[in-house]
Design a protein around this ligand. Structure first.
Ligand SMILES: [Zn+2]
Length: 200
């Protein structure tokens, strides 16, 4: 084989590096498959459809892209309160999924919950950065023992996801910083997919 051919071949198998403009993570051949259980259609090396870290869909993944920039100074008290609640909502759901991944009996449900947990914690980190919050909130331990079957856990998950979608859709309009509103919109799409994922 001549070197030109080898180079051509290599190029075919080297993934184009993309940046998720929502969470700022770079997606590469080592991480494209992270949290794959949290998606209806998983990424492949040839076709990246989601950010494996925050779940943002393809339209937010840009070759050599830049993270969405925003001006925190434009945020008023109301917006800061909304974002503070968003951090808590995502931690609340992240904690739930973490627990649910221990509680679930089915292997696939278990790994799906585990992946969902890491994606929701990523959302919490995104909001935390936006609002300039220093510490991740620690919520009180919840008793999930009433969700004693996988079906109950899934139903509870679906309920939470619907609530998250509604939260983002409602408060996106109250955030007077269009790029942060854009991030809310992106995350509402991620949670919409989670509704489908946990509801079927
Ligand atoms: Zn992302």
């Amino acid at each position: 084989m001549n070197t030109v051919y080898i180079r051509k071949l290599e190029r075919m198998f080297i993934m184009v590096k993309m940046t998720c403009i929502v969470c700022g993570m770079e997606i590469n051949e080592k991480n494209y498959n992270f949290n794959k259980e949290a998606f209806i259609n998983s990424n492949s090396k040839e076709k990246i459809m989601y950010c494996p870290f925050c779940g943002a869909p393809i339209e937010y993944l840009i070759e050599n892209g830049q993270k969405i920039k925003y001006d925190r100074n434009k945020l008023n008290q109301n917006s800061l309160k909304i974002i503070d609640h968003a951090v808590k909502l995502e931690v609340f759901n992240g904690d739930f999924y973490k627990k649910a991944s221990y509680m679930a009996k089915d292997k696939n449900v278990k790994s799906m919950f585990k992946s969902l947990s890491s994606i929701e914690y990523m959302h919490a980190r995104i909001h935390k950065k936006i609002a300039g919050i220093k510490e991740m909130p620690v919520l009180k331990d919840m008793d999930y023992s009433k969700y004693n079957t996988d079906e109950n856990l899934l139903a509870a998950a679906c309920q939470r996801e619907k609530h998250a979608v509604a939260y983002y859709k409602k408060y996106e309009k109250e955030i007077h910083e269009e790029n942060i509103a854009k991030i809310f919109n992106a995350l509402s799409k991620v949670e919409e997919e989670h509704v489908k994922l946990t509801g079927e």
